[in-house]
Design a protein around this ligand. Structure first.
Ligand code: NDP
Ligand code: 2IT
Length: 444
């Protein structure tokens, strides 16, 4: 059996009940066969792949917190410090009831290659908790965040591990966590990114993931002699990534006709009203039914359905495995031109394969959503030099990074005879830098 297949099997056996982690490992390892097969003897001797798929460290802890009625609750907190070959661990904190160690490992593993692709010095990590922020008061959120940080602070720091937001963790949660870290450590340092502008946050970090997704989508279309102008886009999600993806798509001349949340989805033939969506999700923290109430021309449907809408561009921005084979078939039948992932691994394995086989342009999340973490790294730079850059400066850097990522993943795919396969290109380009850093640092 090849070294790659042995490792894939080992990952499945040693990490049972972690299907998302298996999926992420399979996708990366499958793509780097060309490199591993050519160096199999050396890689085996150095246990290179074993070191790649086993996190450097996994931290799991109890998070007790008290609700507004005085009742105590206990959630589980995680931080997986996956790979520090190219820099301090970097990656978000997910707060969602579905969080378990397998989910955090899949996200942490993806983060290694994503962070490498940004070209910035950041390693891969991820964390979070099965805490559900939905329906909680500000006080309850604060109670949870302070308790979570009371344990996590022991393991993180501006030069060791720098967490940030993800599903369920936005500016409010980062603020409470930062306050507690500072209180416990007595140090004001850039230990988290996605901070508020008043205490070390970066302009354009809030917008970065969504904007970055559109900058790379735009680069992709231009490279194929097309443009964003007049394109119809379907977006899923209604959170941080989705909102700013919709905004930038509209600025670039596309019409975005959908968005969704965990209970339903909107079809708005006139184009999504971003200001309204932001108010509903960021201020009122309400359901999408509120959108329909304010825009009678729009349709609200319960459940899933965004991918049934005819569109040129599909931009999944909600969560993993939300775009299935049936969805892919529907998109292709409707003439979709490109699928670019805003979320982490939103397209199932069989759907990705189908989309690629049909010759549809496809950019995987680790390349197309890396603008968020790239801008987090820019926030770290600003914190280190104790300066803050203008919105225009950060946005221009973000755009440059996304255009570079597109160039690098295209070039890597071409170099290994897989032109246009951006999944392979992203995994190979991301892996090459990590490999070189791991080799240089010896067996650690
Ligand atoms: P948010 O919490 O801001 O928004 C998530 C959105 O997706 C919400 O609209 C939510 O619905 C919906 N959603 C979440 N889980 C599910 C689910 N299980 N089923 C259906 N809908 C769901 O998160 P983000 O926008 O930050 O993250 C979205 C995706 O992007 C994630 O995959 C994340 O890992 C990835 N990502 C985020 C980055 C960032 O900078 N924030 C950077 C790179 C990737 P509801 O409103 O009902 O909660
Ligand atoms: O998945 C991701 O890249 C993020 N949630 C952002 C991580 C970060 O450190 O900004």
């Amino acid at each position: 059996m090849s070294y790659i297949d042995e490792i894939i099997q080992q990952v499945i056996e040693k990490n049972p009940d972690e299907p998302e982690f298996h999926q992420a490992v399979r996708e990366v390892l499958d793509s780097i066969r060309v490199i591993v097969d050519a160096n199999e003897e050396q890689f085996r001797r150095d246990a290179l792949l074993e070191r790649l798929v086993n996190p450097e460290r996994q931290i799991k802890f109890r998070v007790p917190w008290i609700d507004d009625q005085g009742n105590a609750h206990v959630n589980t907190g995680y931080r997986v410090q996956f790979n520090s070959a190219i820099g301090p661990y970097k990656g978000g904190l997910r707060l969602h009831p579905s969080v378990n160690i397998g989910i955090i490992k899949f996200l942490g593993f993806e983060q290694i290659f994503k962070n490498s692709l940004t070209g910035l010095p950041i390693g891969g990590g991820k964390g979070g908790s099965d805490f559900d922020p939905k329906g909680k008061s500000d006080r309850e959120i604060m109670s949870f965040c302070q308790s979570f940080m009371s344990e996590l602070f022991k393991y993180i720091g501006a030069d060791t591990d720098v967490p940030a937001g993800d599903i369920g963790t936005g500016a409010r949660e980062i603020g409470y966590m930062f306050g507690q870290y500072k209180r416990l450590r007595g140090v004001f340092e850039g230990v988290l990114t996605g901070k508020g502008l008043a205490y070390g946050g970066s302009l354009a970090r809030t917008e970065a993931t969504g904007y970055g997704l559109l900058y790379i989508t735009d680069a992709l279309l231009r490279d194929h002699n097309m443009s964003m102008q007049g394109k119809v886009a379907a977006v899923s999600g209604a959170g941080n990534v989705a909102i700013y993806a919709i905004q930038k798509a509209q600025q670039l001349g596309a019409k975005v006709v959908t968005c969704s949340d965990s209970t339903g989805w909107i079809y708005d033939p006139d184009g999504i009203d971003v200001a309204l969506l932001k108010d509903i999700k960021e201020v009122r923290r309400a359901r999408l039914t509120a959108y329909k109430e304010a825009r009678p021309n729009a349709e609200y449907h319960e459940g899933k359905g965004v991918w049934s809408v005819k569109c040129d561009l599909a931009l999944p921005c909600a969560t993993q495995n939300e775009l299935t084979l049936d969805d892919a078939k529907q998109l292709v039948a409707n003439g979709v031109i490109a699928v670019c992932e805003g979320a982490n691994m939103p397209t199932t394995e069989d759907a990705t394969k189908f989309i690629q086989e049909k010759g549809i342009l496809f950019i995987p999340g680790k390349a197309s959503n890396c603008g968020g973490v790239a801008t987090s790294a820019l926030e770290m730079s600003q914190n280190s030099e104790r300066l803050s850059w203008s919105f225009e400066e950060v946005d221009a850097k973000l755009k440059g990074i996304m255009e570079n990522v597109y160039k690098n993943i295209s070039a890597a795919a071409k170099k290994y005879g897989m032109e246009g396969n951006y999944v392979a290109g992203a995994n190979i380009a991301g892996f090459e830098k990590v490999l070189s850093a791991m080799n240089a640092q010896g067996i650690v």
